[in-house]
Design a protein around this ligand. Structure first.
Ligand code: ACO
Length: 402
């Protein structure tokens, strides 16, 4: 068989694949994705089945440990997470130093990175038990940290976790409970959040996950690797698109709701620089199965909550206009996971600048599972090559002679 490493070493050949459009970086047993057929499975279970029947923590366990948990395993896992939801008060002091208008993604990546300093034992790889504890700490504390940004933006004190609540309800409590009145978690809201988190939980070698694996491949600790993933997710071409989508829909509404005008602008993306956010995907070339589930959920949730969001109709109109347009058909551009998710987040009361944080909360178990798999498979340090296009050798000219 052809040994690609030998071929490279002996011949000096390098393949250029900008954006890694056709380059596989690993073999993985976590997520199966067929972009032509619109299929997505986590560890062999269809996304449709999981989104309908599972809890987010069951899916997290499945992704990280390979199988759905038994009742006993689940209760141990959930209880361990409950016990770690409180964040070190000294981390709060770091948080207090951020300006009130800091973007919650910037705050989140900084504080997750700071966790490595609070748990210095994470620097060394001391085996699976210790890794498990870091995993629990991340899953438990990320939602707590995420809610701090919102509380600060409102000028409210933070809410400490209520550990008798389930994962999603506890997050909603920390976000929305006020000291002056009793807060009851609405089961419709909690179950919609559960579904959204599951739909975002993993997506094989996307930009942020590849970042997590690449950073971890240098044997950097789990917290630093996840923090880097959060930075990658923030970009508007990746997870940041969910914030961009709602801002775009709002702008279309404010501009009279003429979706056709925006479809025309997007068709000239090269000259206008305007893309339809929430459209297109590197891998899905037929439809994004997550988008289908989310679209239906958006209608369900808005109806159950009695919310009438005119932006939902703009989204529907934009989708129809784009899907009937030659430009979008020819390039196989369909709504992606981010297109309708913001409409649900908004109906749940989550502010726009927190949308990508919600994505990070959902994607966390996927990042962890991929990091763990990369280390378990003892993958080598990631180190792409390049083709040099700069100057040939030239003599140094002293500054006064330049
Ligand atoms: N609006 C208008 N045109 C688009 C869009 C769009 N949203 N997306 C792609 N195109 C066009 C490109 O201009 C290009 O046209 P060309 O063939 O005439 O040059 C063609 O479609 C292919 O686009 P690429 O950018 O080469 O495709 P790539 O696979 O590199 O990018 C991406 C995928 C980044 C998702 C892209 O579709 C995009 O920018 N979408 C908008 C942002 C977005 O929604 N991101 C979220 C993705 S899902 C996620 O990360 C969770």
């Amino acid at each position: 068989a052809l040994d690609i490493n030998k071929l490279r070493d002996e011949s000096g050949y390098i393949t250029i694949d900008s954006g890694y459009k056709n380059t596989g970086a690993t073999k993985s047993a976590i997520t199966f994705l067929d972009g032509e057929k619109g299929i997505l499975h986590y560890r062999g279970y269809s996304i449709e089945d999981l989104a309908e029947k599972a809890t987010f923590l069951e899916v997290a366990y499945l992704l990280i440990y390979g199988d759905l948990p038994t009742a006993e395993q689940y209760s141990k896992f959930e209880n361990a997470i409950r016990r770690h939801t409180i964040v070190n008060e000294d981390m709060r002091k770091i948080f207090e130093g951020f300006p009130v208008n800091a973007h919650p993604m910037g705050t989140l990546s900084s504080l997750i990175s700071a966790m490595s300093a609070f748990y210095p034992e994470s620097y060394d790889d001391k085996g699976p038990d210790q890794t498990d504890l870091h995993i629990i700490r991340l899953l438990a504390k990320l939602p707590t940290i995420a809610t701090w940004s919102y509380k600060k933006s409102q000028g409210h004190p933070v809410n400490y976790p209520q550990n008798q609540l389930d994962y999603c309800s506890n997050f909603l409590h920390m976000m929305f409970a006020l000291p002056v009145e009793k807060y009851e978690v609405d089961p419709v809201v909690s179950s919609a959040l559960n579904k959204l988190l599951i739909l975002h939980a993993d997506h094989e070698q996307n930009c942020s996950t590849s970042t997590v694996r690449l950073v971890g491949s240098s044997h950097a600790n789990l917290f630093s690797s996840i923090s880097a993933g959060i930075g990658a997710l923030w970009g508007p071409l990746h997870g940041g698109a969910n914030q961009e989508v709602i801002e775009m829909l709002e702008a279309i509404k404010a501009d009279g709701g003429d979706v056709g005008k925006y479809v025309e602008m997007a068709k000239n993306a090269k000259t206008t620089g305007f893309r339809l956010f929430g459209f297109g995907h590197r891998v899905y070339k037929n439809f994004d199965p997550r988008a289908k589930i989310i679209k239906k959920a958006a209608y369900d949730v808005l109806e159950k909550l009695g919310v009438n969001d005119p932006v939902l109709e703009i989204a529907k109109g934009l989708e129809e206009a784009a899907l009937n347009d030659e430009y979008f058909i020819a390039r196989k551009l369909y709504p992606n996971v981010d297109f309708y998710s913001g409409i649900i987040y908004r109906a749940l009361g989550i502010p726009t600048n927190m949308f990508t944080v919600m994505f990070a909360m959902g994607r966390l178990p996927g990042w962890i599972a991929q990091w763990k798999e990369m280390r378990t498979q003892k993958e080598p340090i990631g180190r792409p090559r390049q083709i040099y296009t700069g100057s040939t050798l030239r003599p140094f000219v002293p500054i006064e002679q330049r």
